[in-house]
Design a protein around this ligand. Structure first.
Ligand SMILES: Cc1ncc(COP(=O)(O)O)c(C=O)c1O
Length: 416
């Protein structure tokens, strides 16, 4: 009897997780993917527009270099901030690619972009601070604010319709930045809308943030996926980024390396050094042989040629998906300028049927076996009349999937 009491108390102790952790929601997008897997297991042919990664293989020179590193026994701890050769390669790559002047000592190699984002919050966000986020938004920006007991302030992107797409209300953003602001998070090109924030706004935001002595966290993981005549200019091309910018990027999307876990943070040298002191207590160092693969990714010309081909392929897929979606009554779609997502407006359908985006996505999944991600999965509320579709899938799948969505919408009408 006595031992039972003791074990009950012990269990209660592990249950005592911090309230901020209990408030985390996990990734809702993953729950749709889990249902899709179950349906596929039961034999249904699921079409998945929920994917957040390129469907192409990691380029071979990257794989070969990582294998070579393994064969050479390059399997031990490395420097906490990453091996010198990779930091140099990233600094040189960013400087050339973005007409910037990044030094190797300003680069911290991380296991993906997300850990770099986590480090930035760890470095700057105190309980009660205000974090400004453009919405709809990549969920971890909000989850981390919750984890660090910070307040979130959302700036909704304005939907101007299928011709003009999304627009940042820079005046609203200006009004929202105050002495309470600690961090402004910018994701450019923007997930989930595919909007590319014009550089004049980036310049303006840096100026606004400087006035209140806050930091801009800039996440450019989709920098390579930019289409048509859209001009994407990195924040790193500003001369004065060092005082107010913490920059995050990754190998995940560009080089189709999501599972490798390799990214980086760029900040002023002393900030990189301080944040390395945090990193070393979490992951010791980025994975040794993966870093060697990273060097091949940015140094080998054939890899960059391959990336360009992939982006061109994605542009054609985007065009197909847009033209197919335009055949679906009451769906309004704007061709994204960047990323590999479309974020069509389905408000007319939802309003007519009195359902929300989640019910729409669930019904579509269970009746037609097509995965789309409800816009409300991207905090806060601005996305709730939209769904996100990834065009990182082949042409045939796009055609068949959108055909199913078309049928689904027609049948929904019949139920009315
Ligand atoms: C905006 C954005 N930032 C960061 C990430 C994560 O990148 P990584 O896999 O390098 O951690 C994603 C992945 O979906 C993303 O959409």
């Amino acid at each position: 009897m006595k031992s039972l009491v003791i074990s009950a108390i012990a269990m209660a102790a592990v249950d005592r997780l911090k309230q901020s952790i209990l408030s985390l929601k996990g990734r809702r997008t993953f729950s749709y993917l889990a249902i899709a897997k179950q349906l596929a297991k039961k034999g249904f042919e699921v079409i998945n527009f929920g994917v957040g990664q390129p469907d192409v293989d990691t380029p071979k020179p990257i794989i070969d270099e990582a294998k070579k590193a393994l064969d050479e026994g390059f399997t031990k701890y490395t420097e906490a901030s990453g091996i010198a050769e990779l930091r140099e390669a990233v600094a040189e790559y960013l400087s050339t690619r973005f007409n910037s002047n990044v030094k190797p000592s300003e680069v911290l190699i991380t296991p993906g972009a997300l850990p770099a984002i986590f480090l930035t919050y760890t470095g700057y966000v105190e309980p009660g601070d205000e974090v400004v986020i453009i919405e709809p938004s990549y969920p971890p920006y909000t989850e981390l604010a919750i984890l660090f007991n910070a307040k979130t302030l959302y700036i909704p992107l304005r939907w101007k319709g299928p011709e003009e797409g999304f627009e940042l209300d820079i005046d609203l953003l200006e009004k929202s930045i105050s002495s309470r602001t600690k961090l402004v998070v910018l994701n450019n090109p923007h997930n989930p809308t595919g909007y590319v924030i014009p550089f004049k706004y980036i310049e303006k935001i840096v100026e606004l943030v400087r006035r209140v002595n806050a930091v801009v966290l800039v996440d450019e993981v989709y920098y390579e996926f930019v289409y048509d005549n859209t001009v994407f200019k990195s924040i790193l091309s500003l001369d004065n980024w060092r005082d107010n910018v913490v920059y995050v990027n990754s190998f995940s999307k560009t080089f189709s390396m999501t599972g490798w876990r390799l990214g980086y943070l760029v900040a002023r040298e002393d900030i990189v050094s301080r944040l390395t002191n945090v990193a070393v207590n979490i992951w010791s160092c980025p994975t040794s042989f993966v870093q060697r693969g990273g060097i091949a990714a940015i140094k080998r010309n054939e890899v960059m040629d391959y990336v360009k081909e992939v982006v061109e392929l994605f542009r054609r897929r985007r065009d197909l998906m847009v033209s197919k979606l335009r055949e679906v009554k009451d769906i309004e779609v704007w061709p994204s300028q960047g990323t590999f997502y479309l974020f069509p407006y389905i408000g007319k359908i939802l309003d007519r049927l009195g359902i929300n985006d989640e019910i729409f996505a669930e019904k579509l999944l269970y009746s037609k076996y097509v995965v789309v991600i409800p816009g409300s999965s991207f905090p806060d509320k601005a996305g709730k009349k939209f769904v996100r579709l990834s065009f990182a899938v082949d042409m045939d799948t796009i055609s068949r999937g959108i055909e199913r969505i078309k049928q689904f919408v027609e049948e929904l009408k019949k139920v009315e």
